[in-house]
Design a protein around this ligand. Structure first.
Ligand code: KG4
Ligand code: ZN
Length: 334
């Protein structure tokens, strides 16, 4: 059968990315332009700067994705774009751009939920993977435990009551003087540290499968400030290792409980925080001990990219959007 090729664009936050993916699982190209350099000065994403940079980057990323795939736009079967959740201005740039391409070429435009994109990164890294499975989605803005019943069909089991896991990493990293986005820097710093140095709480949220990170974050920030007030140098490696261990313990505990109660035998990780090496190794050990198959995207597909958006769009091929498609900044997954 003739392969079905989707050109996708992702601009929900601070990455402008375009990709061509074949049959939802094979990457032909995956171009990512990260704006980190533009935001690092401010210690976080500045929405207005992100939108303006996307205006500049979208055309270039689409050209690069087509060139790297060795394809002309006319050879593409469908277009896809992230329409939420995310920063409204950033989303609108991508949505407007792809509506223009769709209008000019007459090709269908498939709107994609960013979180569904993160889940779908697993279909690329694990071509044999099929629903149903449990998925932990942990990014800068979201911490969700979902059952993927079928392609595009989800049951939300739990979510964060306050901060997202990535946010908790980033805020803790800031206290240690690490640059934005702090998660990956904190993870590197933690490598040589003692995870038992600082006793941190493992806060419980009300819902059985919900997360809560704000109490943990506050306890960590207070501990750092106490050390500073005593004039002691911060043992940054040990602090990073203790904090990372606490976040990962919370994620693993609720995830294993959700998998057990679901009765399912496959677990996937997704989102930027799933690039964390302690999370990956601890989940792998716990899944193996319980006879659960664990799937994780390769590292480059954990953080924001457009290949995952193209993969999600493949399973919504019949659901093209009208040209009045709008951005939905707080679009829910389920
Ligand atoms: O999925 P993503 O690229 O963007 C959102 O949709 O939010 O996730 C970004 C988040 C940031 O908070 C970043 O610090 C975190 O993922 N992150 C990590 C690691 N790599 C990215 N956190 C911990 N360890 C990592 N290795
Ligand atoms: Zn994301």
């Amino acid at each position: 059968m003739k392969p079905y090729r989707i050109l996708a664009l992702e601009t929900s936050c601070d990455e402008a990315a375009a990709a061509v993916v074949e049959d939802g699982r094979r990457i032909l190209s995956n171009a990512v332009f990260s704006q980190i350099d533009l935001h690092v000065l401010y210690g976080g994403v500045v929405p207005e700067i992100a939108s303006r940079a996307h205006v500049d980057a979208c055309d270039r990323m689409i050209d690069r994705a087509l060139t790297e795939a060795g394809m002309k736009l006319s050879e593409i079967d469908a277009l896809a774009v992230t329409y939420g959740p995310g920063l409204v201005g950033a989303l609108l740039i991508g949505v407007s751009c792809m509506k223009g391409v769709s209008f000019a070429t007459g090709k269908p435009l498939i709107p994609v939920n960013h979180i569904e994109g993160h889940v779908s990164a697993n279909f690329i890294s694990h071509p044999e993977l099929a629903p149903p499975f449990v998925c932990l989605v942990v990014s800068g803005g979201h911490s969700h435990l979902v059952i993927v019943n079928d392609y595009g069909e989800y049951t939300l089991m739990g979510q964060t009551a306050d901060d997202a896991a990535g946010e908790a990493f980033d805020k803790g990293a800031r206290v240690l003087g690490l640059p934005y986005p702090g998660g990956p820097h904190l993870s590197v710093l933690a490598e040589g540290g003692n995870p038992a140095y600082l006793q941190l709480p493992r806060p419980r949220a009300e819902g059985k499968y919900d997360f809560s990170f704000s109490g943990l974050k506050t306890a960590f920030i207070n501990a750092c400030h106490n050390l500073e007030q005593k004039g002691q140098p911060l043992p940054k490696q040990d602090l990073a290792a203790s904090y990372q261990q606490a976040i990962v313990d919370c994620l693993c505990e609720k995830t294993m409980l959700a998998v057990k109660d679901s009765g399912l035998k496959t677990l996937c990780l997704a989102g930027g925080v799933s690039a964390n090496s302690l999370l990956r190794s601890q989940m792998a050990a716990q899944a193996e001990a319980r006879g659960i198959k664990l799937c994780m995207p390769e590292i480059s597909l954990c953080t924001d990219n457009a290949a995952m958006i193209a993969s999600a769009a493949y399973y919504r091929r019949g659901q093209a959007a009208p040209l009045d498609l709008n951005a939905v900044p707080s679009l829910p997954l389920a």
